[in-house]
Design a binder for this molecule. Structure first.
Ligand code: ATP
Ligand code: MG
Ligand code: FE
Length: 338
């Protein structure tokens, strides 16, 4: 099928044209980063307004880049949740309008389902696998037995890993969004310079906690006589990143060993992190397993990633009703009830 996919759960307005759930004909992403940067985080009301301004243009461009017009589209897949409700509603309402006007089948998808299936668009990965979803709002480990068959094994008890990157970046004055800025500095610093905590590392579960690392960074910053700059800032970035990456990697591979799964898929914006990619690959080798990452363009928010599940459900005959509503919070384990 030729699907139009639409994503607007946070601060990216995105539309994509995907063939047969795998072939990406276009994937247009309009980021609102500039709008929110001055506030140091996403302002929900501004996000909704910017989505309204961008959505038609982004969809038009996705069709144009794919070289198809709306008449060729055979179905619509849209993010239904979780996310900012006002932001979600822009994409969802647009998707419903197109589906209604063109008499096309519609499916509303879980945003994290999109993230953890994105890698399948680029590589053959056999089920079952373990998915580590690391993003601005999630740090979850799922067992993935197939499309629509997800079991949560562990999750963050407080901040998400991406949120920790962003908050630490903000408190050392790096700006928003901070993950990529910390990553860049970390590459030049000494990861063993400062000993930040590794929360829950030795606990016999697959849960995470990142607010303690963030607080440790805050306390460290407060103990310094002046602002942290230059080499000192690079060392702080590298040490913080190592603390986060180490917990993510060790707990994920422990989960892999205990569940007997050999394949790990890392997904979401934080999957771009170079330290995480490196240590995950090292640990995959140690554990005689395999790790997969989507290419950077498919890690962060984008509409194309919805193509995998969209194709699966629509091809199976699933049709969302036109009174489908957006949902701010939604457990992926229960996403089967769509
Ligand atoms: P969710 O997917 O949970 O709803 P989200 O959609 O806002 O949240 P994503 O867009 O998937 O999250 O990812 C954005 C997050 O990824 C931000 O927190 C950002 O700082 C982080 N991030 C992006 N690149 C990197 C990087 N290189 N290193 C660390 N973090 C990064
Ligand atoms: Mg974003
Ligand atoms: Fe996301």
């Amino acid at each position: 099928m030729l699907l139009l996919c639409i994503e607007s759960s946070c601060d990216e307005t995105s539309a994509a044209v995907v063939r047969d759930g795998r072939q990406i004909l276009s994937n247009v992403i309009a980021s609102q980063v500039d709008v929110h940067a001055r506030y140091g985080g996403v302002v929900p009301e501004l996000a909704s307004r910017k989505h309204v301004e961008a959505i038609s243009v982004v969809i038009g461009e996705a069709l144009e880049r794919a070289g198809v017009d709306l008449n060729a589209i055979q179905g619509v897949a849209v993010t239904r949740g979780p996310g900012l409700v006002g932001a979600l509603l822009v994409g969802l309402s647009t998707a419903k309008a197109i589906a209604f006007a063109r008499d096309l089948p519609l499916v509303g998808l879980h945003h994290i389902e999109g993230h953890i299936l994105a890698a399948l668009m680029e590589q053959e990965i056999a089920f079952p696998y373990l998915a580590l979803a690391v993003s601005g709002g999630h740090t979850h480990i799922y067992r993935v037995d197939g499309i629509g068959r997800y079991q949560g094994l562990g999750r963050t008890l407080d901040d998400a890993s991406g949120e920790a990157f962003d908050k630490v970046a903000k408190l050392v004055g790096l700006g928003y969004p901070g993950g990529v800025l910390i990553d860049r500095l970390a590459a030049q610093g000494n990861p063993d310079a400062i000993d930040f905590p590794r929360p829950l590392l030795h606990q016999d579960n697959f849960d995470f906690s990142f607010s303690g690392i963030k607080t440790a960074v805050l306390n460290y910053v407060r103990r310094q006589p002046g602002p942290i700059e230059g080499e000192h800032l690079k060392d702080l970035a590298a040490s913080f990143q190592k603390a986060v990456v180490e917990v993510l990697c060790r707990k994920t591979w422990r989960a892999a060993r205990e569940t007997g799964l050999e394949r790990v898929v890392v997904a979401g914006g934080v999957a771009c992190n170079s330290g995480l990619r490196r240590m995950m690959s090292e640990m995959a080798a140690e554990n005689r397993g395999q790790v997969f990452f989507p290419s950077p363009g498919l890690c962060g928010d984008n509409a194309a990633m919805l193509g995998v599940a969209g194709e699966h459900y629509l091809a199976a005959g699933y049709r969302a009703p036109l009174d489908l509503n957006a949902v701010a919070s939604w457990s992926l384990d229960r996403a089967g009830i769509r």
